[in-house]
Design a protein. Structure first.
Length: 94
């Protein structure tokens, strides 16, 4: 199973409700707005990701993940979007 970092941009002037719908949709798909890791003091904790960035795992390849997210967002949130997906081998945040 691969880990993915995903950024979904809602183009135009998206509303607060559209972003709430997006966040709920992404959570249902298994992608969250936090990532678990170790801080600079060696403590295990959850880190908040930047706005509309999600992290999670899937057995699908990167193209399939992007297509499934784009299809779901277009059907449930709005049509004018950009979806960026990267398969993550390791990460650092700070």
């Amino acid at each position: 199973m691969a880990d993915y970092a995903i950024r979904v941009e809602l183009k135009g002037n998206p509303t607060y409700q559209e972003y709430q719908t997006l966040h709920a949709l992404m959570a249902r798909m298994g992608f969250r707005q936090t990532i678990n890791g170790v801080d600079m003091k060696g403590n295990q904790r959850a880190f908040d990701l930047p706005h509309a960035v999600y992290y999670g795992s899937s057995q699908a390849d990167v193209g399939t993940v992007r297509t499934s997210i784009a299809t779901a967002v277009k059907a449930q949130v709005q049509n004018d979007i950009i979806v960026f997906v990267v398969q993550a081998a390791t990460w650092a945040l700070g």
